[in-house]
Design a protein around this ligand. Structure first.
Ligand code: SAM
Ligand code: DTB
Ligand code: SF4
Length: 334
């Protein structure tokens, strides 16, 4: 295996298909060159507006197109978000991500409330992330001015497979929003989901698409599908740890300085399987007993995991450390 960063689709495919333990070894080596492997960032998710979403993402509990039995919740109050953020910070989270079941952000009172939520969370000292659907350039600018650190907007899978999963928006729409996010100076958080029936080629396409984004992602969530009864993907087989490990390792090698987040589906993994994911370069988890709308391991289980594996929650980064990291990422990518 060459040690230069793979750049062409062929090289990325060869990387993805390399023997899994070679891949893990190489990813672990890259990981140790750029990060303290004992540190894992702990993040908290909060659904600020739940259910009734007009999009038809086949995996999602929140789409109004499917009957999933999920209780809808209108946009939370600023006070409810403040309390949740303070609890998360006290429990050791350094990143707080607010998700809304919207197709796109609309200007008006609700967006103004979200801007206030961003200011409120930023005041706790945690990194603030949002995932609100599609954005315009001006909305991205307003979020940045309110103190937003990162915006999560996943490509989910490769472009060819995407229409099988969502038909109410296009891959181009996703990339356009990610362009607005990057140009506004907001850190790009973009990843995908495994286990939706996609092929290895679709996963390789996703990795290539991430490499071609107008602004490179500094944060890559790797989700395993959480099958939701009532959705078209409700009866999919569980994703294996080997599929997750391959994707995490490739993301780590292709994006050495990014945070690679072991996201949805972690509750399906044993301690040993999670350890393998950390070895392959994952360095962030979501904590708490709820992910966005589905159950999750809970903080006691997370603490036991950290104790057993001698991991520690990554301390908050200063603004200057973030700038240094960004500069390193730019140099790395030539
Ligand atoms: N509505 C916004 C959007 O789609 O960008 C934000 C919320 S959405 C829940 C955020 C991401 O969570 C999705 O892009 C998808 O990648 C992931 N996700 C949603 N449901 C999932 C599931 N059942 N299993 C795994 N990942 C899921
Ligand atoms: C991401 O890629 N994974 C997180 C976060 N971004 C918002 C959400 C996963 C949602 C999993 C299913 C649920 O709990 O609703
Ligand atoms: Fe809506 Fe986001 Fe769920 Fe798609 S993933 S249905 S856009 S909440």
């Amino acid at each position: 295996m060459s040690l230069n960063a793979p750049a062409t689709r062929e090289e990325i495919a060869a990387l993805y298909k390399s023997p899994v333990l070679d891949l893990v070894y190489r990813a672990a080596t890259v990981h140790r060159e750029h990060h303290d492997p004992r540190q894992v960032q702990v993040c908290t998710l909060l659904s600020i507006k739940t259910g009734g979403c007009p999009e038809n993402c086949s995996y999602c509990s929140q789409s109004a197109h499917f009957d999933t039995g999920l209780e809808r919740q209108e946009l939370l109050s600023l006070e409810a978000v403040r309390e949740a953020a303070e609890r998360a910070a006290a429990a050791g989270s350094t990143r707080f991500c607010m998700g809304a079941a919207w197709r796109q952000v609309r200007d008006g009172a609700e967006f103004d409330r979200v801007l206030d939520m961003v200011r409120t969370v930023a005041a706790t000292g945690m990194e603030v992330c949002c995932t609100l659907g599609m954005l315009t350039a001006d909305q991205a600018r307003q979020l940045r001015e309110a103190g937003l650190h990162a915006y999560n907007h996943n490509l989910d899978t490769g472009e060819n497979y995407y229409p099988e999963i969502v038909s109410t928006r296009t891959y181009r729409d996703r990339i356009e929003t990610l362009g607005h996010v990057g140009r506004a100076g907001i850190s790009v958080c973009c990843g995908g989901i495994l286990g939706m029936g996609e092929s290895d080629e679709d996963r390789i396409d996703l990795l290539c698409a991430l490499l071609q984004l107008p602004t490179p992602p500094e944060s890559i969530p790797v989700n395993a599908l959480v099958p939701i009864a009532g959705t078209p993907l409700g009866d999919r087989e569980k994703t294996t740890v080997w599929e997750l490990v391959r994707m995490i390792a490739c993301a780590r090698i292709l994006f050495p300085t990014a945070m690679v987040r072991l996201s949805a589906g972690r509750d399906q993994l044993s301690t040993a399987e999670q350890a393998l994911c950390f070895l392959a370069g994952a360095n962030s988890i979501f904590s708490g007993d709820r992910l966005l709308t589905t159950p999750h391991p809970g903080t006691d289980a997370d603490q036991a995991l950290f104790d057993l594996l001698d991991l520690e929650a990554r301390p908050p980064q200063s603004a200057s450390e973030r700038v240094d990291q960004l500069a390193e990422a730019v140099v790395d990518r030539g």
